[in-house]
Every structure is written in C-alpha cells, then in structure tokens.
Design a protein around this ligand. Sequence first.
Ligand code: IDP
Ligand code: MG
Length: 149
Amino acid sequence: MERTLVIIKPDAVQRGLIGDIITRFERRGLRIVALKMIQIDKALAERHYAIHKGKSFYEPLIRYITSAPVVVMVLEGNKAIEIVRRTMGATNPAEAAPGTIRADFGVDIGRNLVHGSDGAETAAFEIPLFFTEQEILSYARDTDRWIFE
Ligand code: IDP
Ligand code: MG
C-alpha cells in the first residue's frame, strides 16, 4: 500500500486547524501510520525543500516552515499520494478547488496550511527525513475492508 508524508504547517497549527485537517484525511479513509508534533529546524527544512533552493520564495519558505511547531504524519492507502494532493488542493489557495483544505482554509500561497509528497520518489525521500522505520506502525483497522477493495 502507498505511503505519503503530510505536514500540517505552522499557520494551520497556530490557527487551531490541526483537528480539522486530520479529520479530512481520516474521513477520506486514509490510515495514519505515524504522527508527531515537532518544530522543524533550519537543517531539516533545507533538506526537505532542497529542490526549491535558489527560487524566489525559498528563503521565506524556510522561515515559514521553521517559524512554529508543525504536525507531521505518514498516511497510508491505495493511491495515498494522489488522494492527499487532491484533498489538499492546488498550491495557491486562491486557485484551489472549493472543498479542498487549501481553498476552505487559506488565502495566500505562502500560508497554504499543508504539505503532501508530490510523487512516489518524493515520498520515499521525505518520509525518512521525519520518521524512523520504528515510528511507522503496521496495523490493520476493522474498517479497512470497507474502505480498501
Ligand atoms: P506544493 O506544496 O503544492 O507541493 P511546491 O511548488 O512544492 O508546492 O512549493 C512548496 C511550498 O513553497 C508551497 O506549498 C508554498 O508553501 C511555497 N511556495 C511555492 N510557491 C510559492 C510562491 O510563489 N510564493 C510563496 N510561497 C510559495
Ligand atoms: Mg511540493
């Protein structure tokens, strides 16, 4: 089954939206297999966002993601990567479809509430930045057969 990294970003934590955002993913049916609250330091932020180094928004992005605590999770499910991306909505909340997290809670691109890995390779790179193998649990839910075919 596919795994993806989700970060509930500092703005969402500050605004009291942790529960609302987790609920969106839980209701979708995705299984939470790892979850913790941390404050990302500069070194971790730079590794996580290395692909954006040199872009105009890179420095503000590093300041934003390290500015306050975040909640990080690994979600699991069939097509988890795509489902998380579609549940989050477009990067810019102004362009995100209504019903998505970024559209329903956000306004500006630099305060877009949530991160989700954008592909299988990215997920495989990002998950070990935040979690050891031991922190990622393998378990079944009694509801799984009603969610996954
Ligand atoms: P994604 O989070 O939807 O995958 P990316 O293009 O990977 O979007 O950008 C990473 C993060 O950088 C975005 O979620 C957003 O917080 C920030 N970002 C991206 N583009 C801009 C921009 O043009 N201005 C300000 N922040 C940006
Ligand atoms: Mg991205």
